[in-house]
Design a protein around this ligand. Sequence first.
Ligand code: GDP
Ligand code: MN
Length: 395
Amino acid sequence: MNLHEYQAKQLLANFGLDMPMGVCLEDNNPDSIAKALVPFQTHENVVVKAQIHAGGRGKGVFTENGQHGVQVVPLNQAEQAIASMFGNTLVTKQTGSEGKRVRKVYLTEAISVEKEFYVSILIDRTQQCPVLIASSEGGCEIEEVAQKSPDAILKLPIDPLLGLRPFQARKVCYLFGLTDELAQRCVQTLLKLYQAFVKLDASLIEINPLVSTKEGRICLLDAKVQLDDNALFRHPEYAALDDPYEKDPKEVEAGEAKLNYVALKGNIACLVNGAGLAMATMDIIQHFGGKPANFLDVGGGAKQEQIEAAFRIILKDPNVKGIFINIFGGILKCDMLAQGVVNAAHSVQLKLPLVIRMKGTNVEIGKQILKDSGLPLIPIDDLALAAQTIVDKVK
Ligand code: GDP
Ligand code: MN
């Protein structure tokens, strides 16, 4: 689960981490803006930050007015900066060319930055433990730093039983060139960040930039937090942080129907049961030169209504030019699947080519249902041939 910067910072503030004071605006009306600006009255500058689930906002540009997604402005220009963001579309390196519409704007205190650093904590699957990644080149994309100057990056594995050790945090301070009080403060910051990572059940915390200031602060200027979906059941309070606008509406609908759906960029819609079979199905489509439009696992025991919902959802993607159904009937019986597909195909007046491969329980009854439906479905038993056929049909 992804969070907005302002939400991430609210969660991190509970761990005693230092960050700029901030207020999040949810609408562009003069009263709320005036109210939000009250705590900044004595400040010379404020930072106005578009809240979207994507990074690179500082360099990102609004389609409508060419302004940037992070603007440091004098207090009396805050309103103007806010207005340049609300309702407009921000295109950054991470949004794709279609960009993202801004519905929330975060106002923060402007910090006078001395140095910018990069810090993140995430799970390293190969090392099977959390790792802390630090770089003295803050504010830049870590992927670029990794390519251009890999020596500027420190990657420290963390023993989950011991946690982040103070000597590891001191190594980071050495890399950052911090000494004395700033170094001590930075060690505390890193230890608190690791505590937060564990307590929040995060899968990623990325602070880019973490900054030092002349006044001796170690301050989180930006924060990206990803919460581990598998731990959400332990945090009912996270439900309120979910922003449906940031998700693909098809994925939201699939979630409500208890289907595992991920939208992709191709043109062959897939309906499969079992995550492994779904992955294999996408692989074989790709193998024959096709591109899957989605990952969809309807689950081992899908009901007829779920099959119908799945069918509706995959067809909402305007790029879809053909459908491939690959089902192994175990608990989910082939006749039930076939009936679900036929009902759904009739109700949407299906015109697209549909290749269907079924195996397992009640397969003969299922095939009969498909045959009797009068729909132009193409049943094929052989997986390779089935995949090849749908790839050919969409060409
Ligand atoms: P991102 O571009 O989406 O990663 O957004 P950030 O929150 O990281 O902001 C982009 C850049 O704006 C940062 O890397 C900083 O260089 C700059 N910035 C953000 N807030 C402040 C601030 O309070 N003071 C100063 N001087 N620069 C800031
Ligand atoms: Mn950033």
